[in-house]
Design a protein around this ligand. Structure first.
Ligand SMILES: Nc1ncnc2c1ncn2[C@@H]1O[C@H](COP(=O)(O)OP(=O)(O)OP(=O)(O)O)[C@@H](O)[C@H]1O
Ligand SMILES: [Mg+2]
Length: 269
């Protein structure tokens, strides 16, 4: 039974704690499962521990003097808790960090070339590029302009394209909607959904924009203060009154902070 569950989850994070600088406990026993081929959202407000969770999975904690102090992470059934970041990349874990980093002085096409794994043949690279341009027609139109002059949305598309060129098995995106106009968020999320549908790519999506994220994922986890306080299907989360009130922009605004505080306490109790 246990084996079957493992086989269905491409990623399994169990009771993971992360310490920064040996003192700051940023996440406090987080468990997150990503079933193969599904899109899962990690929701929560500023400082909740979302990015830390992604860094624990991709192995980027070390660079920030962080480490996993408890729990374990398995990817396709292999324990990766202690694996080097590069090893995790080779296994197919791709982490698009917050802030849409692209090489601004290169063109989008050159950016894609630069992101390709060493040893990828030219024909495979070209096929991957064609696929990415088909998903992101805006990128195709601007593929030979300087990336630094692309709009925020186009740069985010390019950041996702750079991830896709590595042919990941698990794509992790940290707040891809940040600072983008709603129509662009809708466009990019629609494309992500299409890629997930067409290719069965597993996606772990970190978002503060719960409204947009819950439209495209199958399940969501809500993180507050370093702990998962809620987990459910996208439908269940959308109809949850706490989520509606604090993350989907519904509900009254009177005494908002007071109510937020009391509810947060209730989640944690
Ligand atoms: N490198 C670091 N060193 C020390 N503390 C850190 C470090 N990075 C994050 N933290 C702390 O860990 C906690 C979780 O931060 P994290 O960046 O994971 O939150 P987040 O949910 O991604 O927030 P945001 O939505 O603002 O990006 C915060 O209290 C933060 O201050
Ligand atoms: Mg973050």
């Amino acid at each position: 039974m246990q084996e079957k569950v493992e086989a269905q989850n491409i990623l399994s994070m169990n009771s993971v704690e992360v310490l920064y600088d040996n003192v700051m406990l940023a996440i406090k026993g987080v468990s997150v499962q990503v079933p193969k081929g599904e899109m899962i959202a990690l929701l929560g407000s500023n400082g909740a521990g979302k990015s830390t969770t992604l860094k624990a999975i991709s192995g980027l904690l070390k660079a920030e003097r962080g480490r996993i102090s408890r729990g374990e992470i398995t990817f396709q059934g292999t324990d990766i808790t202690e694996a080097l970041a590069q090893k995790r990349v080779e296994m197919g874990i791709c982490h698009v960090i917050e802030g849409r980093r692209v090489f601004e002085h290169l063109t989008p096409d050159e950016n894609l070339t630069a992101a390709a794994p060493r040893g990828m043949s030219r024909s495979t690279l070209n096929a991957e590029k064609d696929k990415i341009y088909a998903y992101f027609p805006r990128l195709a139109e601007r593929k030979n302009s300087q990336a630094g002059y692309l709009s925020g949305g186009e740069q985010q598309m390019l950041a996702i394209g750079r991830a896709l060129v590595t042919q990941p098995k698990l794509l992790m995106l940290d707040e891809p909607s940040l600072g983008l106009a709603p129509f662009l968020v809708e466009e990019i999320f629609g494309i992500l959904q299409k890629i997930n549908n067409d290719e069965g790519l597993s996606v772990l999506l970190v978002e503060q924009n719960a409204l947009a994220a819950l439209e495209i994922v199958s399940q969501g986890y809500l993180i507050e203060n370093g702990r998962v306080v809620m987990h459910g299907t996208a439908e269940a989360l959308k109809s949850n009154s706490d989520i509606q009130e604090f993350y989907l922009g519904g509900g009254e605004t009177d005494f908002h902070n007071v109510k937020h505080y009391s509810r947060r306490k209730r989640w944690l109790s």
